[in-house]
Design a binder for this molecule. Structure first.
Ligand code: SF4
Length: 372
């Protein structure tokens, strides 16, 4: 299965915690960028795709005609996608947008909510009001999208267990099909990093953040959302196929500035320089990129890292068949160490993270990637 990801990097405003490849929306660059995307997609042989995902940035900073034209063009190159997702910011949704998305074949909406609390929304630099989210979800329901997902963030400075519960409850009350709950990470070079350097006590330590994570797992579980990945919860039949393919170490093609692809054992990351991307595409030159072949231990380590993110973990027999690696024997020192410290567990034919392990997933997964 091939997943196609398209990065649309423009935003109407820039959030102070964000380190994605993104730029303020400017009409000229936004137009040049679509032309560049078209040029880039022409460099690939036509192929069947199981999923498409328009992410950003803020994809709905583009108007619906541009999105419709982009999807139509993508389909001429990569046909057959059953799941077509778009990320949207709620305050940018205009009358008639969802009708146009449905007509263009979008099946899944991922709505960047982050919080329903006015103070936290302000702290995050976001611009919507909670009531707008309700309205957008109601519109999405009327248009019968197959899945509607809400993104939330916890460990926001100023957040409390009570305010986090209120956001979770507000999200659950809208009955979305899917909820993603991410712990805030302070990325180097962002305004949040400067804030944290000035005022470290404003930010959550691991213990307080773990408390919020546990609240999410409990509340969402009680509301019928199954945790199928560290940060992702879904009602039955609404897991995101596009992301499941990443975690299954499947093949994907990333189009756009900073986009990453993984095909034929090679991981390739496009330049994160917007100008370099636009110029190369306009000149019909290859997009500057860094490529790396993943093989042997490295490939297996990455595959374990991805599989551990999921609720079912690493299927041992299947892993041996696919990669020729016996996870228990070949990674014995770290499997034993993490099992002893209560971060990993063996369940039937699988090894998976415990609930505590999910919170410390980066440490556990990182150990498998770097294990020699
Ligand atoms: S979080 Fe989203 S909307 Fe905010 S700057 Fe980053 S990509 Fe843009």
């Amino acid at each position: 299965m091939l997943g196609v990801y398209v990065h649309l990097p423009f935003c109407s405003y820039l959030c102070p915690y964000c380190d994605f490849a993104k730029w303020p929306l400017r009409a000229t660059s936004a137009k040049r960028y679509l032309e560049a995307l078209h040029a880039e997609m022409e460099t690939y042989e036509p192929a069947a795709a199981a999923t498409m995902y328009l992410g950003g940035g803020t994809p709905n900073a583009y108007d619906v005609h541009a999105i419709g034209a982009l999807l139509a063009r993508l389909r001429t190159r990569f046909c057959g996608a059953k799941e077509v997702s778009i990320e949207i910011n709620p305050e940018l949704v205009r009358e008639g947008d969802f009708e146009a998305y449905r007509a263009a074949g979008v099946t899944r909406l991922s709505i960047g909510v982050q919080s329903f609390e006015a103070a936290e929304i302000r702290t995050l630099g976001r611009k919507h009001a909670a009531a707008q989210v309700e309205d957008v979800v109601a519109q999405a329901r009327r248009m019968e999208f197959e899945s509607v997902s809400l993104d939330l963030i916890f460990a926001v400075p100023g957040q409390t267990p009570a305010s986090w519960r209120r956001s979770l409850d507000a999200a659950i009350a809208l009955r979305p099909d899917h909820i993603s709950a991410y712990g805030l990470t302070v990325e180097p070079g962002t305004p949040y990093a400067a804030w944290q350097a000035r005022e470290p006590e404003a930010f959550f330590d691991d213990t307080r953040e773990a408390e919020l994570y546990e609240i999410a797992i409990t509340e969402l579980g009680a509301a019928g959302y199954q945790q199928y990945e560290i940060s992702n919860f879904a009602r039955s039949g609404h897991r995101c196929a596009h992301n499941l393919n990443y975690w299954a170490n499947g093949e994907y093609l990333g189009l756009g500035v900073g986009a990453v692809s993984y095909r034929n054992g090679i991981r390739r990351a496009n330049t994160r320089s917007l100008e370099a991307y636009l110029t190369a595409a306009a000149d019909r030159r290859p997009i500057p990129a860094e490529a790396e072949r993943l093989e042997g231990r490295k490939r297996a380590g990455e595959a374990i890292m991805l599989a551990l993110r999921t609720a079912q973990g690493v299927g041992l027999r299947e892993f041996k068949e696919r990669y020729g690696i016996d996870v228990i024997a070949d990674y014995a020192p770290i499997v034993t160490q993490f099992a002893r410290t209560g971060l990993l567990e063996r369940v039937g034919d699988s090894v998976r993270l415990t609930q505590r392990g999910r919170f410390l997933a980066n440490d556990v997964c990182g150990a498998f990637v770097t294990f020699e």
